[in-house]
Design a protein around this ligand. Structure first.
Ligand code: PGA
Length: 256
């Protein structure tokens, strides 16, 4: 599959930022500035409680809403959790799963990420499954080993049909919120490695089709260099997605 056949995805992860009022204000400014954009999928992941406000504010646009986390059971005595079905009902089409902050602050394992991915797919969501090494792993030359283990453990047991419906985000932990973006070459090398893992786990066709996003200090001034890499099919943006102007610049300028 050629580069152009993989549709690009520009996704924003708001983490635990923005109130309902701030959510509405963001979209009031953001929607008109990206109204003409048709060459990529635009996704925003607000905090769970603001999903309905974000869904209402993007109704009738081509901006899709994502959850940042959910639990894999349909319902039950799981205080504090929300299900994939609930986030769909609230207006989500995507689900971020296994973000490094979930893995490292909240102790999510590959097995949990797998169950969340399965349940997201069953609910009709498009999972954005995150993987990525820590600084010490990279310094010890263990980047590929860590990424392979996370990738295999998180999505390796999906059916081929399920695998064809996920997105993967490579987010090196040392680049998240630090201002130290991976160079386009470093990111592309890991994406190529992950694609090779996908070929071994599923098929060459699956590897060619899977969309792999890069995340970690993506900003308006580095988006073009990253997206110039054939291996990079999109980005997952944290800090720079909070400001409607800077996120709109990323959405609009990635290919200029
Ligand atoms: P950042 O976050 O862009 O603020 O580095 C990226 C992410 O955690 O998804």
């Amino acid at each position: 599959m050629t580069q152009s056949k993989r549709r690009r995805v520009i996704a924003g992860n708001w983490k635990m930022f923005k109130t309902q009022a701030e959510t509405r204000a963001f979209f009031a400014a953001f929607n008109p500035s990206v109204a003409g954009v048709t060459d990529c999928d635009i996704v925003i992941a607000p905090p769970s409680i603001n999903i309905p406000a974000a869904a209402a504010a993007t109704k009738g646009t081509h901006i899709a809403i994502s959850s940042q986390n959910h639990y894999w059971e349909k319902e039950g005595a799981f205080t504090g959790e929300i299900s994939a079905g609930m986030v769909v009902e609230a207006g989500c089409r995507y689900a971020i799963i296994g973000h490094s902050e979930r893995r490292h602050i909240f102790g999510e394992t590959n097995e949990m990420v797998f169950k969340k991915t399965k349940s997201a797919l069953a609910a009709g969501l498009t999972p954005i499954v995150c993987i990525g090494e820590m600084l010490a792993d990279r310094q010890a030359g263990r980047t590929e080993n860590i990424c392979q283990t996370q990738f295999q453990g998180s999505v390796g047991a999906l059916t081929p049909e399920e695998f064809s419906r996920i997105l993967v985000a490579y987010e090196p932990v040392w680049a998240i919120g630090t201002g130290h973006t991976a160079t386009p070459e470093i990111a592309a090398a890991v994406h190529g490695f992950v694609r090779q893992c996908a070929a071994e786990m599923f098929s060459a066709g699956h590897a060619a089709a899977i969309r792999i996003l890069y995340g970690g200090s993506v900003k308006p001034d580095n988006i073009q260099g990253l997206m110039a890499q054939v291996e990079i099919d999109g980005v997952l943006v944290g800090g720079a997605s909070l400001d409607p102007k800077s996120f709109a610049t990323i959405v609009k300028d990635w290919q200029r």
